[in-house]
Structure formats: structure tokens, C-alpha cells
Write a protein that binds this ligand. Structure first.
Ligand code: NAP
Length: 345
């Protein structure tokens, strides 16, 4: 494969910087790298022995100047909605981290370990969507169970980190914690509905008239699309917690039939990219602050409900910036390259 021209929109954010580090270490040969941000301050990155200046996206004069082989969008819904299609119209494959295109039928929603089969041909939109961070770790843990058993329903609660709201979310948590420790009320909440430091918030995104928050709706719709199961019964409560990075999920899966714990453990242990903490006493359990390999989905506390032999609990933890965003985007790019979906032909 020839060396590729690549651009990253949102290069200075939490996901963008994680992606640039992963790209640098990857085996993708890069001819030209273009980095974009809002332009709020001059920034530069060292990348494979070269220095790149970050450009302001708004300064692009001619859309033809954006033509690259792959453009990673990590700058939020509004930026993707405005610039995603114009980039794609230049023949660029857009890999989008935002919520703007995920449910568009012309846009594949891809977790390469789960539904690589949905990205074998060039999408007509030339856009591929990265699912929401909480969806990616959920579907990666559920995949071997859904492939083996009939599922009655899935009920989960998420415990989502501040970095899910980007660099400013992290900053707000750290400043708020510092202020509370020093005895003041702290700054008012901006990125979160109420202050997050020393708190938990049972709301992520706007709440609909039916009482469902956007993040909860995304988990349901995106999981159904990824598994190709429009009737999958899934319901969630999404909670923001004062953790810097790493989302956790308490997942209850109810099967149609009785389930054997040993079989579930074997399936999870054999699933590539899933690290199973098989024995709580010997292995402990994953926690976001002390997570091992950030490329893995960590699963512990796997147990059958003693009151219902069809029910199973598991505790699923992953790095939201890596598994939940940057790494998944990079794996999509590698899959598209392997499937010859890059370039004009
Ligand atoms: N954080 C996560 O865990 C996570 C997980 C999955 C998906 N995502 C999605 O990934 C995207 C980025 O999230 P993030 O957490 O990295 O956010 P972030 O830390 O706030 O970074 C936002 C990035 O977008 C840039 N930007 C803002 N407005 C722009 C504009 N008008 N034109 C060009 N660039 C602009 C910012 O540039 P400046 O530095 O100049 O402001 C910054 O580089 C979002 O769509 C988010 O929903 C995030």
C-alpha cells in the first residue's frame, strides 16, 4: 500500500491527541499529515521526527485543499455535521467520532472486533461512524454471548468518566475537586449539568420527554445497528462519575435459557481483546483508575444471579479515549486499508 495522506480534525482535543499518538506508533505509512483545530491558539505536534502546525479549519479557502485519503473527525457534532460531507465529497474516507452520522443508513457503524463484515465495500456516503464510547466496550463484551445464546434482555448502568466530555470536562472535574478540598464551593458547572467533583450525576445528554437521556438512547440504537438486531431488548441508566478516564458498566444479561457460568467464562476468556478477571479472589476486578492494557475491554465480577439461573451480571471497564474512540477509529482505518476502500478506485 502506498503512503497515505491523512488529516485529523480536532487534533488538539482529548480524542485527537490520543489518536495522533496511536497513528504515530501504527504501521500505517503516512505521506502527508494535516492537523486541524478551532484555531484557538497556535499549536504544533512532533510526529515521526517532523513538526506539524495545527491549522484552523475555518481558514480553509478551497474545499479541494482538504482532499486526503482518510480524515479522522474528532471535533464534535457541529463540526462533523458541517464539514464531514464536504470532506467526503473530495473522495476522502471520513472516519467520524461524533454522533452526527451514526444512525444514517448510508453510514456503517463499525466496531472492527464485532462487525467488520459491515465494512467490506466502500460506503456510498464515504463516511464511517465510530460508535459512542459506552457502546463500543459494551458490544465488545457482549459479542461472544450474543453469538452463542438467545438473549431475552439486557439491563445496564454506566459509570462514565469526566474525559468523556473532552479536555474541558477533565479540567472542570480537577478544578472542582481542588476547590472542594480547599473548602470553597468551587466554580459553577459548565460541561456537566451540576458540579461533578465528589458527586455522581444520573444524566448524560439532554433528557427526552419520555425521561430517556441521549446517551441512554444512543446505547440502545447503536447496539441494535452494530449487531443487526433491531429488536434487541436493551435499557440503560447512564451516570457521570468523578473519574478522570475509564468508563465502567454493570451489565445484567437475561438469556432465554439457563446459563452455565463456566461456559460464559470460557467464551469471554477466548474473546480477542477481552481481558477476563476469571476469579475475583485470585484476580480481583478491573477499575478505571488501575486498568491494565488500554486496548482491552476488561471484564470481571461475572456471576449468575442466584435468584434466576437465566440471569448473568458482569462488570465491564475500558479506556473511553482509546477503546471508546481513538483506537476504534484507527482499527476502522486499518480495516478500510486492508479491504482496499481507500482512494479513487
Ligand atoms: N472523549 C471521549 O471519551 C469520546 C469518546 C467517543 C467519542 N467522542 C467524540 O469525539 C469528539 C471529540 O471529543 P473530545 O473528547 O476529544 O473533545 P475535546 O477534548 O473538547 O476536543 C475537541 C476538539 O475539537 C476542536 N474543535 C472545536 N471546535 C472546532 C471547530 N469549529 N473547527 C475545528 N476544530 C474544532 C478543538 O480544537 P481547539 O483545541 O482549538 O478548541 C479540539 O481539538 C466528539 O464528537 C465526542 O463526542 C469522545
Amino acid at each position: 500500500m502506498r503512503a497515505l495522506d491523512i488529516s485529523v480534525v480536532g487534533a488538539t482535543g482529548a480524542v485527537g491527541t490520543a489518536l495522533i499518538k496511536l497513528l504515530e506508533k501504527s504501521e500505517i505509512a503516512i505521506n502527508r499529515l494535516q492537523l486541524f483545530s478551532s484555531g484557538s491558539g497556535a499549536r504544533q505536534f512532533k510526529f515521526r521526527d517532523q513538526t506539524y502546525l495545527v491549522e484552523a479549519l475555518r481558514d480553509i479557502g478551497d474545499i479541494a485543499d482538504t482532499k486526503t485519503d482518510i480524515a479522522f473527525f474528532c471535533a464534535g457534532d457541529d463540526v462533523s455535521a458541517k464539514w464531514g460531507a464536504p470532506f467526503a465529497s473530495q473522495g476522502t474516507l471520513v472516519i467520524d467520532n461524533s454522533n452526527s452520522f451514526r444512525m444514517n443508513p448510508d453510514v456503517p457503524l463499525i466496531v472492527p472486533q464485532v462487525n467488520a463484515c459491515s465494512l467490506t465495500v466502500r460506503p456510498p456516503s464515504r463516511i464511517v461512524a465510530n460508535p459512542d464510547c459506552s457502546t463500543i466496550q459494551l458490544v465488545r463484551a457482549l459479542k461472544p454471548l450474543i453469538a452463542t445464546f438467545d438473549i431475552h434482555q439486557i439491563i445496564l448502568t454506566t459509570y462514565q468518566a469526566a474525559s468523556g466530555m473532552g479536555l474541558l470536562g477533565c479540567k472542570e472535574l480537577l478544578n472542582g475537586a481542588q476547590a472542594v478540598i480547599e473548602g470553597s464551593a468551587g466554580p459553577p458547572a459548565e460541561r456537566f449539568p451540576v458540579p461533578l467533583a465528589f458527586n455522581v450525576i444520573p444524566q448524560i445528554g439532554e433528557i427526552s420527554r419520555e425521561g430517556v437521556a441521549i446517551e441512554e438512547r444512543k446505547l440502545v440504537q447503536e447496539s441494535r445497528k452494530i449487531f443487526g438486531m433491531p429488536h434487541l431488548q436493551l435499557t440503560a441508566t447512564c451516570v457521570r462519575v468523578p473519574v478522570k478516564t475509564g468508563h465502567s458498566e454493570a451489565v445484567y444479561v437475561e438469556f432465554d435459557d439457563h446459563v452455565r457460568l463456566e461456559q460464559v467464562r470460557e467464551l469471554l476468556a477466548n474473546e480477542p481483546g477481552v481481558r477476563l478477571y476469571a476469579d475475583e479472589i485470585r484476580d480481583g476486578y478491573p477499575t478505571p483508575r488501575c486498568l491494565g492494557d488500554p486496548a482491552d475491554v476488561h471484564v470481571g465480577q461475572v456471576r449468575v444471579n442466584p435468584e434466576n439461573p437465566r440471569g448473568l451480571w458482569m462488570w465491564v471497564v475500558a479506556d473511553n479515549l482509546q477503546v471508546g474512540a481513538a483506537l476504534n477509529a484507527l482499527l476502522i482505518a486499518q480495516l478500510a486499508i486492508a479491504n482496499n476502500l481507500i482512494g479513487e478506485t
